[in-house]
Design a protein around this ligand. Structure first.
Ligand code: IVH
Length: 700
């Protein structure tokens, strides 16, 4: 919605304000800050191309908060501070939709669509109809009302006639604008329908966090979205990383005496206009077709590519493009006659629950894993499904021997939708959750607030092995070659009994070990040697402190010069570090006060492992702030060195090519990533030399 010159102006104003905010009067400053922050939200959440650094954003936000604290009369409904939740919602008020929220008729194949096209033509008395095709998002329906350019209400679908007022929760979704210049089109009031979603990635991250905290994960992105919208603590809603696509204008009030805006005479035109006004719409994934055969081809094309979408889509929606024609065709009490859903083939299959295995994790968590009769769903054979915790088993009322329905939602891990109790034969047996650790036989323990049972025996063999595997893993100390299987073998043969033993492997005794030749031995030796110089944050992550993920480990490492500094840190000290809350801080204090930890750290020191933060020099830090990089192809420089250089200057690394990527650095034989970046057109492509010149010039 913002033109390039406008974006330039915003960036210049951002600089000006950050340099000397005092030179503006309070009302002017408030307006500028609101506009700039709303713009920054759009660049980040809608346009997928952030232009200002996180720190700059945070400073602008805190300036605005301070200003509004000093001058409460400057607070307006479109102020980004109004997205911040205050207190809990007790009960959601019931509100009526301006127009009932209908459902859609379904179609499943080309013939269904051809028949629908015939009916459309008959109804409208047209021989040719233009159709729009767009993704059918698998999330939770919402309705938004804007009055005089301001978001006035957000509501759930409810029963289609009435829903819950979730205005505060919708404000947590940053891609939903609080203000939009609808008046440019003479629109006084508008009701817009859309779908609230979680990206597959956000869903996965959220669930990983839940599981790490011992809480029950959510079943699939769809349930996650609808559940999230109805949370009474808006703070919690904000944490879910929700997004919204807006795909239908259900009601529009035009300013008196003004004409109906021409852009809104077609579905495509209307959404394009909304897009230009800062809304997130399906337009970039939308096609307009002159006949049903083209529509069918598009539906099939998207079905084949559904796994490549960042969101879960369960089909396509075909709509008559011309709004006047839509009105002529009308609706039934259930669905409009001018639209139809084309449902993709369900990725579900039936199977049988054979048994439950209990896995012991690095932190002693006991994870029940369902072993099922192998079932082939959408290209993958599934024979094992994590059930996360006891609660999930109880909730689904599973029994061993049950017939079950399994779903694989895109890239998301498969899950058991339900069992079929009606098919039971009487031969099924109850699932009895163990009371003792299946490996060390210690009694299991579960705090009342958690969902996960744990083995608290810190030296339980299973936990020790998992901790060693984690320590050596790619994102931790990155000891190539020392993977899951080898750690288990070394443990069995008593070569390794704890983390520190990695540095005292008896290589002489290992000669002749099956499948472990001279070459792999010297490679392993070199990898172990190299791990001694890994940066401190990798060690902190590798130690497997509960709740300390990679980002927290980085923040922790930045705050200290030597690992010993953590021995004396109090809860309060730790809570001052970014990313560290009460629970994380308590876990860190407990970990470093434990004699076993201190023993391990002195053993690592003796072995020559780096315990210092050698990157503490702050010079030039952040020259690449806000910029994203990806390396591909064979490079002269070591890939890990190039990546470390980017990170040390505040840049971010991405794992794939997307519109979020700013720079793709290509070595020799770059393949599909380069093609994709070229296709996108928004990614700067650099050779290795250009990258080095660029980084150096950025550092001045
Ligand atoms: S149009 C009056 N477009 O699918 C027409 N719906 O199964 C309103 N949905 O209730 C619906 N993506 O919640 C429309 N691109 C899209 C959609 C979409 C997802 C949802 C919507 C609807 C449900 C029907």
């Amino acid at each position: 919605m913002y033109s390039i010159p406008q974006q330039q102006t915003f960036l210049e104003e951002t600089k000006e304000i950050l340099q000397s905010p005092d030179r503006f009067s309070s009302p002017v400053l408030a307006t500028k800050l609101k506009d700039i922050i709303n713009f920054a939200d759009w660049t980040y959440y809608v346009n997928d191309n952030p232009l200002i650094a996180d720190q700059e954003y945070d400073r602008l936000f805190s300036l605005l908060k301070q200003l509004e604290r000093d001058h409460p009369q400057l607070i307006t409904a479109d102020s980004p501070t109004q997205r911040i939740a205050k207190g809990l919602t007790k009960e959601f008020a019931t509100v009526s939709h301006l127009v009932p929220m209908l459902s859609l008729e379904n179609s499943y194949n080309a013939d269904d669509l051809i028949e629908w096209d015939r009916k459309c033509k008959e109804l409208s008395q047209q021989s040719n109809i233009e159709y729009c095709v767009e993704p059918k998002y698998d999330g939770a329906g919402i309705s938004l009302i804007y009055e005089n350019n301001i978001l006035a209400r957000g509501a759930t679908r409810g029963d289609g006639v009435q829903g819950d007022d979730i205005t505060l929760n919708t404000k947590q979704i940053r891609s939903i604008p609080l203000k939009s210049m609808l008046s440019q089109f003479h629109i006084e009031q508008i009701e817009i329908r859309g779908e609230v979603m979680l990206t597959k990635k956000a869903f996965q991250l959220y669930n990983e966090k839940m599981v790490a905290e011992g809480l029950a994960p959510l079943a699939n992105p769809r349930n996650a979205a609808s559940g999230s919208l109805r949370i009474k603590d808006a703070h919690e809603v904000a944490k879910r990383g929700l997004d919204a696509f807006l795909y239908h204008i259900s009601n529009m009030g035009i300013q008196e005496g003004q004409p109906f805006p021409a852009a809104f005479q077609t579905h495509y035109g209307g959404l394009k206009a909304l897009d230009s006004l800062g809304f997130k719409t399906p337009v970039s994934n939308m096609r307009v077709h002159a006949n049903i055969q083209e529509v069918i081809a598009t539906c099939h094309e998207f079905e084949a590519n559904r796994d490549h979408m960042p969101y879960e889509i369960d089909g396509m929606v075909v709509k008559v493009n011309n709004i006047a024609l839509q009105e002529i065709m009308g609706q039934t009490s259930h669905h409009p006659r001018w639209a139809i859903a084309f449902k993709f083939k369900a990725r579900q299959g039936t199977s049988r629950l054979l048994q439950i295995e209990y896995q012991v994790g690095r932190t002693g968590s006991i994870t029940p894993v369902a072993k099922i009769e192998p079932v082939y769903i959408g290209g993958v054979t599934i024979s094992s499904i994590s059930l996360f915790n006891e609660e999930v088993i109880r909730e689904k009322q599973l029994k061993i021997g049950d017939a079950i329905l399994v779903e694989r939602a895109g890239d998301v891990i498969p899950y058991i939708v339900k069992s079929f109790p009606e098919l039971r034969t009487g031969m099924e047996s109850d699932i009895v959750f163990p009371t003792h650790c299946p490996v060390c036989h210690e009694a299991l323990y579960k705090p009342a607030t958690e969902a996960v049972w744990r083995c608290t025996h810190i030296n339980c063999e299973a936990q020790v092995i998992e901790r060693i595997i984690h320590f050596a893993s790619k994102d931790a100390m990155d000891i190539r070659g020392l993977g899951d299987a080898l750690v288990r073998r070394f443990f069995e043969q008593k070569f390794i009994q704890g983390i520190a033993d990695i540095y005292h492997l008896p290589f002489d005794k290992m000669i002749g070990m099956e499948g472990f030749g001279e070459k792999s031995m010297s490679n392993l030796q070199a990898a172990i040697e190299k791990s001694k110089t890994q940066p401190l944050h990798r060690l902190l992550f590798g130690l497997g402190i509960r709740y300390v993920g990679e980002n927290t480990a980085k923040a922790l490492a930045r705050s200290i010069s030597h690992i010993h500094d953590l021995y004396d840190k109090t809860l309060e000290d730790l809570k001052n570090i970014d990313d560290v809350g009460e629970k994380v801080a308590a876990s860190i204090v407990e970990f470093f006060s434990h004699p076993d930890t201190r023993l391990l750290i002195s053993q690592l020191a003796l072995a020559g492992v780096n315990l210092e933060n050698t990157q503490k020099s702050e010079t030039n830090l952040g020259a690449l702030q806000g910029k994203t990089f990806l390396f591909t192809g064979t490079m002269n420089m070591k890939r890990s060195d190039a990546e470390a250089l980017v990170e040390s200057k505040g840049g971010k690394l991405l794992s794939g090519v997307s519109s979020k990527l700013n720079y793709l650095v290509v070595g020799e034989d770059a393949g599909s990533k380069l093609d994709k970046a070229k296709k996108l057109g928004s990614v700067h492509i650099l050779s290795e030399e250009e990258f080095l010149v660029f980084v150096n010039s950025e550092l001045q």
